[in-house]
Each structure stands twice: as C-alpha cells, then as structure tokens.
Design a protein around this ligand. Structure first.
Ligand code: SAM
Length: 183
C-alpha cells in the first residue's frame, strides 16, 4: 500500500529548523567517538549535521526521499531505507540514533531489532522521542492523528520493552525522553 509522505511535503521547511538538544545527545550517546554513526529516520540531516564533527562518518537513513534530498551531501551520506529493514551488515556502527521518528515507523518491533542488529557490540543506541506522558506531547499526538499521520507514540517504558538485550537507561527532561541502550 502506498502511503502519503507528509514529510516530503514539509522537508524544505524542516531543513531550516535547528536541532536544539545537541548537548544532551552528545552526553547520552557518549560523543565524541572514533567510528561511524547511523541516524535512522534522520530526515534532512538536522540532527546528524549538529553532531557531524563528533564522529568519523555519519549515514542518514530515511524512508522519505523528499527529506533526504534536503540533506547536505558534502558532509552526510543519505540512504533511502525504512527502519524495519536496514541495508547494513550486522555490527556496523559505533553509534545508532533515532530522533523524533520512532512514533512514525510502521513496525516498532522490527525497527528495534534492526537498530540493535546494526550496532556494534559495545556501541550505544539512542532513541529520542517526545515524551507521551506529558500534556504537550499528548496534544501533538492528537494533532498528528487529525493530520492523518501514522503516528503511534510509545511511553519510555514501552520503548524499553522492545529491547530484550543490552544495558538500558531512560532520561526525561521537559517533554523529551532519551532511551539509551548499550549493546
Ligand atoms: C519528525 S521527522 C524527524 C527527522 C529527524 N530525525 C530530525 O529530528 O530532524 C521523522 C522522520 O522519520 C522518517 N520516517 C518515518 N517512518 C520511517 C521509517 N519506517 N523508516 C525510516 N524513516 C522513517 C520520516 O520520513 C521523517 O523524515
């Protein structure tokens, strides 16, 4: 089934929005690090660009060609792919991140399995999500439903349950949650 790509529609605007939580991402993802980082659902490379200098190479994987077209090709490597089946070998990346995208994917379980599969042993996976336990995010969830976006928000403890293995931790500040898994 073909699904309307809301993000292709807003991509030019999205590319202009700066990533404001760089310090937190730097801390929870234990950056800088020698090696490569995969940003899944990375869109226009907004987050990847902000942390580009903290790793050797950054690959941005996203299902929306419209979003990837806005990513800066001189610094990032875009790959068009759904998170449910990533085109990378097992144990490929020192860091894997997913920011503001988990609630958009079709299958949370397949996505979680793939995020962990491509992460190297000893590597860190960070999922940053709007914290659905907060009132503001509940309103956003309703708005996305009205816009017919296929959003399905999970609370941090539900996200943790997607991962059977790994050392797990949650941080939550001001309506944003970071789920951190060390493989
Ligand atoms: C709200 S945007 C966030 C983009 C970027 N992470 C950021 O914070 O700037 C959500 C992104 O998830 C992507 N996305 C949705 N479902 C996806 C899937 N199954 N696999 C990969 N990317 C997906 C969308 O195309 C979109 O670019």
């Amino acid at each position: 089934m073909r699904v309307f790509d809301h993000f292709a529609f807003i991509a030019p605007l999205y590319a202009r929005v700066a990533y404001s939580k760089t310090d937190m991402m730097r801390s929870v993802a234990s950056l800088p690090v020698r090696g490569n980082l995969l940003d899944v659902g990375g869109g226009t490379g907004r987050v990847a660009s902000a942390i580009r200098d903290l790793v050797d190479e950054v690959i941005v994987a996203d299902v929306s060609l419209g979003m990837l077209k806005e990513a800066p090709l001189s610094t990032l490597r875009p790959v068009c792919s759904g998170s449910e089946s990533l085109p990378f070998a097992d144990n490929s990346f020192e860091r894997v991140i997913m920011v503001d995208a988990l609630h958009h994917v079709i299958d949370h379980n397949d996505t979680a399995r793939e995020l962990l599969r491509v992460l190297k042993p000893g590597g860190v996976l960070v999922i940053e999500e709007p914290d659905i336990r907060t009132f503001g995010v509940k309103l956003i969830a309703v708005a996305e439903k009205l816009l017919l976006m296929r959003s399905h928000f999970l609370a941090p403890d539900e996200i943790l349950k997607l991962f059977l293995n790994g050392e797990k931790q949650v941080k939550a500040v001001d309506g944003t949650a970071w789920i951190i898994i060390k493989k």
